[in-house]
Design a protein around this ligand. Sequence first.
Ligand code: GAR
Length: 203
Amino acid sequence: MKKRVGILISGRGSNMRSLIAAASLPGFPVEIVLVISNAINAEGLQHASAAGVATKVVSHKAYETREAFDRAVTHELEAAGVEIVCLAGFMRILSTWFARHWEGRLLNIHPSLLPLFKGVHVHEQALAAGVRVSGCTVHFVVPELDAGPIIAQAAVPVAIDDTPDTLASRILVEEHKLYPAALKLVAEGRVRLEDGRTVFSKG
Ligand code: GAR
């Protein structure tokens, strides 16, 4: 049985597109059943609809607290039978309630080699630090921002003349490969969250 996956976006949705494309390939253990955006004008929403995936907008502005918004999002995800949630450029900080509710079933992609460069302005942080290698990380989400147990990482070289934009583009190419690969591992049960650590099984 394919796992039912929901994706949360806020904008462009290129990682969402890579997940939808992967899920359309034969043998991929996932069906993307719902895309939710907190922003009505998120570019990714059109792409999801065009690919035949159901979409919903849940505006954070309609809720007084983070947790009330997160509960509304969860209501939509559960109504669609979602089993695994992928954050893909979802630029809202999640409540502890949401992280605990979806524990072990909630993934995020972040454009740095965590635990380096959490939060926003990630590529500016990397360039300011002078690292010669950066990359991207897929991790299980825990209440603390960008701190969850790591599932997969990909590294890219930092060029001496990189700007935040050129570095972001080089990393994005890797994100589009890494996220489907990491989701596949989780959907197949080959990677799981146990006692706050990522556990890999063979097979
Ligand atoms: C991606 O680079 C993703 O890693 C990053 O935002 C971009 C979204 O692009 N996410 C974060 O910074 C989360 N902390 P996309 O909408 O085209 O997937």
